[in-house]
Design a protein around this ligand. Structure first.
Ligand SMILES: [Fe+2]
Length: 302
């Protein structure tokens, strides 16, 4: 394919497709479309932001939301074997999630956490009791209790589907991102949020480390990979590598500016941290706040 740019003196410049990514040629192509007002159908930057990878027929995906903590949970499953994985379940909604799994005839293999959360208690412990046979998963570096520990490079399998574990510390030491290469999806937890990122001022947080994690492990994925964060506070469901590399107001900065920005956020002490961390250290099975212990007493046998 070639692009024809016609100048004011009717001189014709022919740019072949292979040249469009050339840094000297790209601004010319972009300015041409701005000038003419025509859709940028040949602009590779715009295309990479709107081209989405369709999930395969044997892959099931459902996004779930907790209104209180604005947490997203993600149910992934293999359509044929019915094996399922639930990423970042919330204890308050564990019964809802178990019912969804049950209604759909799925078999929960793993309830997986991206990290040891400070703003809600994981639903992994309750789900283990409700959906017998399911196992809890978290990174070894999180130092939290689970049935299965993962490290950078490990693969989580359900049916023929695979999630690659990528270590993305910085928000906490044990943060990981789960990447499903075949479906073009990554689940970033709090390492990367939509137009933002997780805070770095508690739980071994480090702005320098977070910056490296996002740039090396998430921004290195293909531009059109869809990114699903641990939370969103503005009602947006997902984003892409391309969008965040262009529009993330924090992570488009240089490392020094990012570190300075994170240092000056002056965020309040996390409201739930003193309740969430003791329980999350033990998979949401023990150390629950009194009202929650009462609610789940019959399920957890505490
Ligand atoms: Fe978090």
């Amino acid at each position: 394919m070639s692009v024809f740019l016609v100048g004011r003196f009717c001189r014709q410049i022919v740019i072949h497709n292979s040249q469009i990514r050339n840094p000297f040629v790209l601004p010319l192509v972009q300015s041409f479309h701005l000038y003419t007002g025509r859709p940028s159908c040949v602009n590779p930057l715009v295309n990479s932001m709107i081209q989405q990878i369709s999930v395969s027929e044997d892959f099931f995906f459902k996004q779930l939301f907790d209104r209180v903590s604005c947490t997203y949970s993600y149910l992934l499953a293999d359509v044929k074997s019915k094996e399922a994985v639930l990423i970042d379940p919330v204890i308050d909604l564990a019964e809802r999630d178990a019912k969804v799994v049950d209604n759909l005839g799925l078999k929960l293999k793993y309830s997986v956490n991206t990290h040891m959360h400070a703003d809600h208690i994981t639903g992994s412990g309750v789900l283990k009791k409700l959906l017998v046979g399911s196992q809890s998963v978290i990174s070894k570096a999180s130092q939290a209790l689970a049935d299965k520990y993962v490290e950078h490079g490990d693969i989580i399998e359900f049916g023929p589907h695979k999630l690659e574990v990528r270590s993305t510390p910085g928000h906490t030491n044990g943060c990981v991102t789960y990447v499903c290469h075949a479906q073009g999806m990554a689940f970033t937890g709090d390492a990367l949020l939509i137009r933002g990122c997780g805070r770095t001022d508690f739980q071994e947080g480090s702005s320098e480390t977070l910056y490296e994690s996002v740039h090396n492990q998430i921004f290195s994925l293909p531009e059109n990979f869809r990114l699903f964060p641990g939370h969103d506070y503005n009602g947006i469901l997902d984003t892409t590598v391309s969008e965040e590399k262009k529009f993330n107001p924090r992570l488009t900065k240089c490392k020094e500016e990012f570190v300075e920005l994170m240092k000056n956020l002056n965020l309040p002490y996390p409201a739930q941290i003193d309740k969430a961390l003791p329980a999350n250290k033990v998979c949401g099975l023990y150390n629950l706040p009194t009202e929650m212990e009462e609610k789940f007493k019959s399920i957890l046998n505490v």
